[in-house]
Design a protein around this ligand. Structure first.
Ligand code: PEP
Ligand code: MG
Length: 323
């Protein structure tokens, strides 16, 4: 039994009419892997690798990262492990990396912007470790995704770095495998370009913490605008709808790894919106899995359609409460 009193299941779950929904865990360190396994995670839907850089004085080496990624993959022999490349800046600071003092850090050099700029070397090291782990781990499927992308140029540049690392490993005679590649949808730019993104990668993953922040222009850490930083506002829901449609139109799968995905009250709505995967902190997995198993797709789609049809946050709440 889990903390919430719901039985843990290690089986994959599907809706009453047979649509499988992957339910995965968000982690940031090796120490969290066992907890995710124990709660019945199908895999890891978001490995926040910036945590590997914390509580130390220099970046982890290629070898250290390689071992960390192999360990994650081997914890889920039949699952998928989605590793997000380094996402620092904004709310994520690492003292020894000398991040610039910025007036608006959330609108500054963060996520992929740093990996394609000042942290290019760290990015290369990380990609090398990932591609090597993808080949050597016994088990799990590796997926790699890029954070805070807002233009096709950035995505193409990131994919280009992967190609360069492939060429280097090839020329060195080092064993590697190219993982599944994806991109986070967490800026309005990514939502508007989701079609073009999905045509270039295997999957999208919606980061509702940042997406709500940028769509609503309300900082995620500012209590004065907490009522606006909320993914149930119609503009954020419409951004999610648009992203799901873009993914599926391009034969890409789409998950959600922001806090919204782990809210058991929203499982039916998220299934109805068409998400293929939900990733969350491990504690809520048993409850969300139970909710997926109890969901009827037709009803869920109807709930999603009604939610998308109203104008206000208040009306959205009313529809969800009626269920
Ligand atoms: C998000 O922005 O929703 C997300 C999952 O990433 P993070 O919370 O690490 O920014
Ligand atoms: Mg984010």
């Amino acid at each position: 039994e889990s903390d919430s009193g719901v039985d843990v299941t290690h089986d994959r779950v599907e809706t009453t009419d047979g649509t499988e929904i992957e339910v995965a865990a968000n982690v940031g360190r090796s120490a969290e892997l066992q907890g995710a396994v124990d709660q019945g995670a199908d895999g890891i839907g978001l490995y926040r690798t910036e945590f590997l850089f914390l509580d130390r004085e220099s970046p982890p080496t290629e070898r250290e990262q390689y071992e960390t990624y192999v360990e994650a993959l081997e914890a889920f022999p039949d699952g998928r492990v989605v590793v997000r490349t380094l996402d620092i800046g904004g709310d994520k600071q690492i003292p020894y990396l000398d991040l610039p003092e910025e007036e608006n850090p959330f609108l500054g050099e963060r996520g992929i912007r740093r990996s394609l700029g000042p942290d290019a070397e760290l990015f290369e090291t990380q990609l090398r470790a990932l591609l090597r782990a993808a080949a050597d781990a016994e088990g799990g499927t590796l997926s790699v995704m890029f954070p805070l992308v807002s233009t096709v140029e950035e995505l193409d540049a990131a994919l280009g770095r992967v190609d360069e690392v492939v060429e280097t490993l090839e020329s060195e005679g080092v064993t590697y495998a190219v993982p599944e590649l994806g991109v986070m949808v967490e800026t309005p730019g990514a939502v508007f370009m989701a079609d073009e993104f999905a045509a270039r990668v295997d999957f999208l993953s919606i980061g509702t913490n940042d997406l709500a922040q940028y769509v609503m222009a309300a900082a995620r850490e500012n209590e004065h605008v907490a009522h606006l930083h909320d993914p149930l506002h119609p503009p954020v829901l419409r951004a999610i709808e648009r992203s799901v449609e873009a993914a599926h139109d391009n034969d890409a799968w789409i998950g959600m790894c922001g806090e919204m995905a782990g809210d058991p009250e929203l499982t039916e709505l998220l299934v109805g919106l068409g998400l293929d995967e939900l990733s969350m902190s491990a504690v809520t997995i048993p409850e969300v899995k139970a909710n997926v198993s109890a969901t009827d797709q037709t009803h869920a789609r109807d709930v999603a359609a009604r939610v998308l049809g109203v104008d206000t946050r208040g009306d959205v709440t009313n529809i969800i409460r009626e269920q």
